[in-house]
Design a protein around this ligand. Structure first.
Ligand code: SF4
Length: 200
């Protein structure tokens, strides 16, 4: 399902035929293939890195820098948003013991995608999307529900709910990640997911 370049052939037209859009990034391994597909399709994504969930700070910097490096390589704008882990911790208080894909993740997605929607609105974008749902570890319906709530904050804004795993997207994600030798973390991001990964 991919052309000679390895980029998936079938990238649908974004809502409203918009070429400019905000692409929320969770990390380089997830977003790299999407960035490359969009660039190949002639879209103009602004890559927004807003992930106050990531712990600890050196890990956050490592993931962010990896993503910024690839954006620079493709010539795409990259926005380094606020890193405010205290605000994130305040939001998930009481949900520490929740499993991955549970209520804590809903709050986490809501926070990151609401910020993305607000940023898009404030900067004149009409469409946003996210790499959050491409990982097989994520519940795409849960991500889409959070993004739909975020989009509802602004009547002129639409969430592009394309399934980035489809049409060769998942294979392309893995190909780009290996080719670019991205740093690949072994836990989702927060301190609770890190502890769960360490427990095995
Ligand atoms: S497991 Fe991942 S999605 Fe869930 S709360 Fe932690 S960082 Fe957020």
């Amino acid at each position: 399902m991919s052309g000679q370049t390895g980029v998936p052939d079938l990238l649908p037209t974004p809502p409203g035929g918009e070429r400019r859009l905000v692409l929320h990034s969770c990390c380089a391994p997830c977003v790299g293939g999407i960035m490359e597909s969009m660039a190949a399709a002639g879209l103009e994504p602004l890559v927004l890195f807003y992930n106050p969930n990531i712990h600890p700070a050196p890990e956050y910097l490592k993931r962010k820098d990896e993503n910024a490096r690839f954006a620079e390589k493709l010539g795409l704008p990259f926005v380094d948003a606020d890193y405010d882990p205290k605000a994130w911790m305040d939001r998930v208080r009481g949900l520490e013991a929740e499993p991955e894909r549970g209520a804590r993740c809903t709050v986490c997605f809501d926070m990151r995608l609401a910020y993305t929607a607000d940023y898009a609105h404030q900067h004149g974008y009409r469409v946003f999307t996210s790499s959050l749902g491409i990982s097989r570890h994520k519940d795409m319906a849960q991500v889409n529900a959070s993004a739909t709530r975020a989009a509802a904050r602004h009547p002129d804004l639409t969430y592009w709910d394309h399934n980035w795993r489809k049409n060769g997207g998942m294979d392309h994600m893995l190909t780009v990640s290996r080719r670019e030798d991205f740093y690949r973390q072994d836990y989702c991001g927060c301190t609770f997911s890190k502890r769960a990964a360490e427990r095995g």
